[in-house]
Design a protein around this ligand. Structure first.
Ligand code: NAP
Length: 308
């Protein structure tokens, strides 16, 4: 039963479910129009290059999703596959080629990279103007200073789902579990930007439950299935579960779960993002909105250099 707010559903005798798909669909509808206008104005659709070094199963699922979303909104998704034994130099050379290719508006590098390739070397080689998932130090620095760079899409999605569901962040005690550069840390910075009073927890935090119970909003991005259980939560807390974990379904197959034990949490929280169906669907839509901005900036810059 819809409660009339975007992306929110209240199930009988349960918490409000904060759903990413309706919000993502709305963003994609706008993007489809905007990419069509871009293509009409500049003569070709922008390219999103996805660099995949080696291949593992979770990457394959994610890549299928993002390539499908590209197709839906009128973007050319280009998968750049590099063998798992490639050197760091070979990966950086490929990224340099994409940096120099004017058809390519955005570049994302699929993580994790093989262990012999230093992450920073690869991240540093991406042109910050094409770094649409905000992992380059320039964009990370802009975020920390409150300037307008490219935001890491998952972190942005975890905040956007709250805002678009009408949940007030300003003044609230917000607790974030996880401090990675791609999710926890940027989410904490964005929540501070929204005037939340933010506490960040991590693997060395003593008494996780104590801090969780203090939260009015809890964002969990630890990659540990079942880390947060209902007894660690205060009644009425709003929970954003960013975790995506593949676990045994007990019937010989596999299923996706978050970091929060939904069954024990559902009777305590006032609202929660389900996994799957919460933050995940929003991430790709936001990533493609960054691509539109990157493509437009680059096309306008080329045009102004041409007429100068
Ligand atoms: P990550 O790099 O492994 O970072 C995990 C963070 O959680 C670290 O800061 C770690 O602390 C902390 N942590 C781990 N175990 C903990 C524990 N027992 N107690 C408290 N903190 C703990 O993972 P990530 O890339 O940030 O991803 C986090 C989760 O989000 C994963 O499940 C991932 O699959 C998911 N994800 C979802 C999306 C989406 O679209 N929804 C996109 C990307 C990632 P330390 O810093 O002390 O090690």
């Amino acid at each position: 039963m819809s409660d009339g707010r975007d992306g929110a559903t209240r199930v009988a005798a349960g918490p409000r479910l904060l759903l990413g798909s309706p919000i993502a669909a709305e963003i994609r509808a706008g993007l489809t129009r905007d990419f069509a206008a871009f293509t009409a104005q500049w003569g070709r659709a922008p390219v999103l290059a996805i660099v995949l070094v080696g291949a593992d199963a979770p990457s394959a699922v994610y890549l299928r999703q993002i390539l499908r979303t590209c197709q839906k909104v009128g973007v050319e998704g280009r998968l750049v596959e590099i063998g798992s034994h490639a050197t760091a130099d070979a990966v950086c050379d490929e990224i340099e080629r994409l940096n120099a290719d004017s058809a390519v508006a955005g570049i994302i590098v699929q993580m994790p990279l093989p262990s012999h390739i230093p992450l920073h070397t690869v991240i540093d080689s991406i042109d910050p103007a094409k770094d649409i998932d905000g992992i380059h130090p320039r964009n990370a620095g802009l975020l920390s200073l409150g300037y307008d760079g490219f935001l890491p899409a998952t972190a942005q999605a975890s905040v956007e789902i709250l805002k678009r569901s009408g949940i007030e962040i300003a003044g609230k005690r917000v607790v974030v579990i996880g401090r990675s550069n791609v999710v926890g840390k940027p989410a904490a910075l964005l929540l501070m930007r929204e005037h939340g009073t933010v506490t960040v927890l991590h693997s060395r935090t003593r008494d996780l439950a104590h801090h969780c119970r203090d939260a009015e909003i809890l964002v969990v991005a630890a990659g540990r299935p079942g880390l947060v259980t209902g007894d660690m939560l205060s009644p009425g807390v709003v929970v954003v579960d960013v975790g995506i974990n593949v676990v045994d379904d007990g019937e010989g197959g596999e299923k996706l779960v978050g970091d929060v034990d939904f069954e024990s949490a559902k009777n305590v929280v006032s609202a929660i993002t389900p996994v799957p169906g919460g933050v995940g669907p929003l991430t790709n839509a936001l990533l493609l909105s960054h691509l539109l901005r990157a493509a437009t900036d680059q096309a306008e810059r080329r045009e102004s250099e041409r007429v100068r």
